[in-house]
Write a protein that binds this ligand. Sequence first.
Ligand code: 5GP
Ligand code: ZN
Length: 114
Amino acid sequence: MADDCLFCRIVNRDIPADVVWESEDVLAFRDISPQAPTHVLVIPKTHLRSLADASDQDGDVLGKVMLAARDVARAEGVGDGFRLVVNTGEDGGQTVFHLHAHVLGGRGLTWPPG
Ligand code: 5GP
Ligand code: ZN
């Protein structure tokens, strides 16, 4: 837990969120500013600043985040077609520095991203 971390505070239920999926290690909740009909954030419950800061020991929880994203997409009815985004670092568009995967779906998604 990082005291000044927004997503750690959501994990601790200090800040409310629309939680859609939870396990011992992973939490998923709706993005406050959805960019698609389905827009859910999947996070490890333990604080990890970004993918750039991940170590080889984080592989287990990162795998759990990926599989949770699969389950969230299925539960949202977009399991056959969705996008998983992990913005990393300021140049990667990351604004909240607790690693999270965006699950986006429910509309046609274009490429390349902005
Ligand atoms: P990033 O830009 O770091 O990849 O994504 C951060 C995401 O967190 C953004 O899509 C933003 O809308 C979302 N977000 C920021 N503050 C909150 C909040 O308090 N609650 C929820 N549910 N999402 C938030
Ligand atoms: Zn955190």
